[in-house]
Design a protein around this ligand. Structure first.
Ligand code: ZN
Length: 273
């Protein structure tokens, strides 16, 4: 199964989009970033990666995919000109307003497909606000984490290495410039530094990506392969949708097991099933 640009909300006519949202009760929302990825990958790598997985997820759920726009929260890439960022507050406001529109069209469940670590904190807060403001249920899928977890050796969790090169190959191979690859930062040092910011318990907050990779990137883009990239994107979309369905089923069971007088939330969330 290839990409599904026909699932992008802005490419659809209004009656078609309205029917898909109302019939499915679900919308996919993608979040990416516009930031430097060396001289071989486009600034929009994370935005394209998220959209590629989001389209495929929307196809599987027979619904639409909406984007927050390509830009995410990426101020720590700002010293490489051309990188753009939103403040977390801006991203949260955009998210809540877009989800409000999707809810009005009948989407009671929002599946967020994110491909950028810098967005995660803002998305969690925005999802919480959205659930309280718009009476929707939000599930977050960290699609870069899924991709790496499914194939830890092959899909390296670096910046602009094999995993992100594969993600762009699966979106549009014409955007990858392997003939322009410049010197990566040291891989071992990059992994060690990145791991510090990714610790789950006690961890620092990133201020400048130079702290991870002085040249802006590290990894092995040459290890990515176009056909394999397509296979992996499909596998990631399958995984994201399967896990989202598991979450929805588990939440439905919780609601069904709750006594009828368990409060406003019980009644409200019950209406989702
Ligand atoms: Zn990236």
């Amino acid at each position: 199964m290839p990409r599904h640009p026909e699932r992008q909300l802005e490419r659809l006519t209004q009656p078609v989009a309205a029917r898909l949202l109302a019939d499915s009760g679900v919308a996919v929302v993608v979040a990416g970033s516009v930031e430097q990825h060396g001289s071989h990958l486009p600034l929009g790598t994370d935005a394209f990666a998220a959209l590629s997985i989001g389209e495929r997820a929307a196809h599987r759920l027979d619904t639409v995919v909406a984007t927050l726009g390509p830009v995410g929260v990426a101020h720590y890439h700002g010293s490489w000109h051309g990188s753009l960022t939103l403040t977390p507050e801006t991203m949260m406001a955009v998210f809540v307003e877009i989800c409000g529109g999707l809810r009005a069209a009948g989407a009671r469940r929002i599946l967020v497909v994110n491909w950028h670590e810098g967005n995660s904190a803002a998305l969690r807060l925005a999802a919480d606000r959205c659930q309280r403001t718009h009476d929707v249920q939000v599930v977050l899928a960290e699609s870069h984490v899924v991709t790496h977890s499914l194939h830890p050796e092959e899909m390296e969790f670096t910046h602009a290495g094999s995993m992100e090169t594969a993600a762009v190959l699966a979106f549009d191979p014409g955007l990858v410039r392997m003939d322009e690859v410049e010197r990566p930062s040291d891989r071992t040092a990059g992994e060690r530094a990145h791991a510090l910011f990714r610790r789950p318990d006690v961890y620092p907050i990133m201020r400048d990506f130079h702290d991870v990779a002085p040249t802006g990137w590290y990894g092995r883009p040459e290890a990515a392969d176009r056909l394999r990239a397509e296979e992996i994107a499909e596998e990631v979309a399958d995984h994201v949708v399967r896990r989202a369905r598991e979450v929805w089923a588990a939440l439905d069971e919780t609601v069904a097991a709750r006594p009828p007088d368990a409060g406003v939330d019980g009644a409200r969330i019950g209406a989702l099933s």
